[in-house]
Design a protein around this ligand. Structure first.
Ligand code: AMP
Length: 195
């Protein structure tokens, strides 16, 4: 099963992706996590990613497409994957279509987590303070960057929604529900509602 989770930063994509990993034995491909790993390793990619992430901007499409294509080729993706944070632009969505068909793969579900911006600001503030209390602050989670990330989401990522709607594969869940409630809605969509 190959799934895309869409929604603005802080919508809960990562949390829901992790649950799908446990439930369906598929892997979570988070481009944000991949980039944070690169930042931690101090690689050239990491240096570029650090600047871009701190500015709340997006990394170049061609780079991200190459990263995700290589990642999908890894053996652990054979059972399926959840894309979390990719695609983030219409060119990335287009390229994903092409690369999946070249690999003989298809998308089973594209799921939008619907939330409102004000709730996101509150949620991300909460997450940032929890994480900094636990000593693992996400540098891209401060309120200033969040505003930029939300603006970038509306400008560059939200146009993906009509793209998938036109293809007839887009489904939406109410991301304002609690974690278990969102999980139930997702399970009902992907056909795993029995549990
Ligand atoms: P995330 O954890 O998905 O919110 O990603 C954190 C940051 O990594 C984003 O704000 C972007 O700067 C960068 N990033 C993650 N995924 C992508 C992508 N698919 N395309 C471009 N930039 C990305």
């Amino acid at each position: 099963m190959n799934v895309i989770l869409l929604g603005p930063p802080g919508a809960g994509k990562g949390t829901q992706a992790q649950r799908l990993v446990e439930k369906y034995g598929i892997v979570q491909l988070s481009t944000g996590d991949i980039l944070r790993g690169a930042v931690a390793s101090g690689s050239a990619l990491g240096k570029q990613a650090k600047e871009v992430m701190e500015a709340g901007q997006l990394m170049p499409d061609d780079l991200m497409i190459r990263i995700i294509s290589d990642r999908i080729d890894q053996p652990d993706c054979a059972n399926g994957f959840i894309l979390d944070g990719f695609p983030r632009t219409v060119p990335q969505a287009d390229a994903l279509d092409t690369l999946l068909s070249q690999k003989g793969l298809r998308l089973d579900h594209v799921i939008e987590l619907k939330v409102d911006d004000a709730a996101l600001v509150a949620r991300i503030r909460g997450r940032a303070s929890e994480e900094s209390a636990a000593g693992k602050a996400r540098a891209d989670d401060n309120a200033e960057t969040l505003k930029k990330r939300l603006a970038v989401y509306h400008e560059q990522t939200a146009p993906i929604l009509p793209y998938y709607r036109r293809k007839g594969v887009l489904k939406a869940v109410d991301g304002m529900a609690d974690i278990a409630g969102v999980a139930r809605q997702i399970d009902a969509l992907v056909g795993g509602g029995e549990n």
